[in-house]
Design a binder for this molecule. Structure first.
Ligand code: ADE
Length: 234
């Protein structure tokens, strides 16, 4: 069981992706509690202001510290881990998702917007800054939905088939997956490789491994290079 609180000024951006399919089932089964909060509920002025101009000048607006401090103050528990979604963060990875799924019981995800957040939030509230990749989104709510999905699907019992998280890409040994095919065996002249129809489990496993290596070489040579480096160091 994991509890995740998402603090955003755009709750609707997170709502749909986290209330369908596996995320819905996980919550109905009591394996996850995902709560999406409107940060404006923790403003104190009539206009429910969440942003202001940066000291020192510069383009754009910043998110004010106070709504975040009030919200985290209200939601925090002794075991909470507070995460800020920001392109300035450490890049999210399957290994982080696995670590949180295993070791965290309460995540509070803070979503940035505009040009960023008042840095006192990072200094005094946040345990870890996380980016979902080297590109800039309009706001952190999309990133929070991504991180939540990646973590919750790894909670035991959420995926029907307990094997699948182990065999998929980014499990050991760090290769992408081989191609998969389903019926029909001949689709408009495009045929499924014979070996997959052969029934020879050994040959199928060898073919899948070769394909996985080739696909990794083509699409993610950085993953192979990382393995060569770790072998060289062991
Ligand atoms: N907010 C904007 N861009 C982001 C990113 N790449 N990761 C996390 N939060 C973000």
């Amino acid at each position: 069981m994991i509890e995740i609180e998402i603090l955003t000024i755009f709750p609707e951006i997170c709502r749909a992706p986290l209330s369908e399919s596996m995320m819905k089932r996980a919550q109905e089964a009591g394996l996850a509690a995902i709560r999406i909060h409107d940060l404006r509920n923790w403003t104190t002025d009539r206009h429910r202001t969440v942003d202001d101009e940066p000291y020192g000048g510069g383009a754009g607006m910043l998110m004010k510290a106070d709504p975040f401090f009030r919200a985290v103050g209200a939601l925090r528990k002794p075991a909470s881990r507070v995460i800020l979604l920001t392109p300035q963060g450490k890049v999210f990875h399957q290994s982080i998702a696995r670590d949180w799924a295993q070791n965290q019981s309460h995540l509070i995800l803070l979503c940035g917007h505009y040009e960023g957040v008042d840095h006192r939030v990072v200094e005094a509230l946040v345990d870890e800054e996380i980016s979902i990749g080297d590109y800039v989104l309009t706001n952190g709510a999309i990133a929070a939905a991504v991180v939540t999905d990646a973590v919750v699907r790894l909670i035991p019992g959420v995926l029907g088939d307990e094997r699948s998280p182990v065999e998929e890409s980014f499990g050991e040994p760090g290769l992408l997956e081989a191609p998969h095919y389903t019926r029909p065996a001949d689709y408009q002249g495009m045929k499924v490789p014979d070996v997959l129809l052969s029934g020879h489990h050994g040959e199928i496993a060898r073919w899948r491994r070769e394909q996985a290596i080739e696909r990794t070489r083509r699409n993610r040579p950085d993953l192979l290079a990382a393995q060569v480096n770790s072998l060289a160091q062991s």
